[in-house]
Design a protein around this ligand. Structure first.
Ligand SMILES: [Zn+2]
Length: 423
């Protein structure tokens, strides 16, 4: 091709931080809540509105926007060699029921701000650049999370996702049709050169250490368990303490053990019991049955396995001492994800060149990038959020940090454009 670039190293290209912030505030209106948060569940009218906005805005920047059979959107800016698989930037525009303005949205709009920077400068990358809005990252209306990056990368089949139902009984596939975003391009038939995702940290580390940029090296491993503890319902007034089979008391001891197992692998390991059901849950009945969940995570799969061994030996022992029976079932196993060293290096160099305080960090939550790492060189960029708060209407970041993250994203994309498929 004969097209020439005026800025061969992209040195005069910069993010318009004000425009990025204006986009964040504009999209927050789609499903905006009185408390300043966003309620934009996947495949709802609000989701359709923000998708339509994304199409209009990207088209105004000279991009072509398509969507695949799972409704994943791709805003494409042509490259000098348009036959190369695109360098991609992605995240999600859906939110939790009481979500914030930035979780996921910063990643998509940060990508949009990269497209805007390229468009305004007239610079044309070698690779096409695509910004992706993944359908149903949150997993709130339809579970599990990261559903459509999961189909894209072969973790789930298209049919199993299309047949998922929300709590009102509505089918995923029907709801996708209803908002007009079931595309004809088969999901996943879309090779990519590399994938970058900008996201808020959703934790307190960057803020506490006064760092602007988190260079994300991977996503920690996680396992989920369901525990059922069976004792015996009995009268709270007439059953002597030594004769009780108290399922809730036993569960309390087990919950303490979960915390101790995680604390024994400090500082990286975490263990949480976040859901519990007590039966019959009556003030004068010794509880006969309890159901609870356990969430265990660590960046090292060997540590997660070690914690599992400890749980499997300690919980039955607690049950025996407490005169109850128990059953534990592992229901989810997500191995740790290690991002691409070359992409990590690009983000690290981009942050250093920009003069930002930065540190390497492992993601606690899962992200679409965790699945994309299966199929392409991938990494993520984190920026701080106030008090580490996320999945909350009060989620807050600064305009400066948003622009800093997008600036590092832009520089990393330029490095990737130069490095991949060279010669
Ligand atoms: Zn997110």
């Amino acid at each position: 091709m004969t097209q020439q670039n005026t800025a061969p190293h992209g040195s005069n290209i910069g993010i318009d931080g004000q425009a990025l912030w204006a986009d964040l505030m504009e999209t927050a209106k789609f499903g905006g809540t009185p408390k300043g948060g966003v309620r934009r569940l996947t495949l709802t009218a609000e989701d359709r509105q923000v998708r339509d906005w994304f199409v209009r805005t990207c088209e105004s920047l000279g991009c072509t926007v398509t969507f695949d059979s799972m409704g994943n959107q791709f805003a494409r800016r042509a490259g000098l060699d348009d036959s190369l698989p695109p360098i991609t930037i992605g995240s999600h525009l859906d939110t939790q029921p009481t979500g914030g303005k930035y979780d996921g949205i910063l990643g998509v709009l940060g990508g949009l701000s990269v497209l805007r920077a390229l468009q305004r400068s007239g610079y044309v990358t070698r690779h096409p650049i695509e910004v992706i809005n993944w359908t149903n990252e949150e997993g709130s209306r339809f579970t599990p999370p990261m559903m459509c990056s999961g189909v894209f990368t072969g973790v789930f089949t298209e049919q199993e996702v299309l047949d998922k139902r929300d709590r009102a009984g509505k089918r995923f596939g029907d709801e996708l049709e209803a908002i007009g975003y079931r595309g004809s391009e088969p999901c996943g038939k879309h090779p990519v050169t590399a994938y970058f995702e900008l996201h808020i940290e959703q934790g307190p580390i960057l803020e506490a250490e006064h760092k602007t940029i988190g260079i994300v090296t991977g996503v920690q491993g996680a396992r989920w368990y369901e525990v059922t503890v069976k004792g015996k319902d009995a009268h709270a007034g007439s059953t002597p303490m030594p004769m009780r089979h108290d399922a809730l008391l036993a569960s309390a001891r087990m919950i303490e053990a979960v915390s101790q197992v995680a604390c024994a692998h400090a500082p990286t390991a975490v263990g949480t019991v976040g859901l519990i059901e007590n039966r019959p849950n009556s003030n004068n009945v010794v509880p006969g049955e309890v159901f609870f969940t356990i969430d265990m995570r660590d960046p090292d799969d060997a540590v997660v396995s070690q914690m599992e061994d400890e749980l499997y030996s300690q919980l039955p022992e607690i049950a025996r001492r407490s005169n109850v029976e128990m059953e534990i079932v592992r229901i989810w196993d997500a191995p740790a994800v290690h991002f691409n060293p070359e992409c990590i290096g690009m983000v690290e160099a981009a942050a250093a060149e920009s003069g930002y305080a930065a540190r390497r960090i492992v993601s606690g939550p899962g992200h679409d990038a965790a699945y994309m790492a299966h199929v392409a060189p991938t990494t993520m960029i984190f920026v701080p959020c106030e008090d580490g708060l996320s999945h909350n209407e009060a989620e807050s970041i600064t305009e400066q940090d948003a622009a800093a993250g997008a600036g590092v994203l832009l520089k990393a994309i330029m490095k990737a454009d130069a490095a991949f498929n060279a010669g």
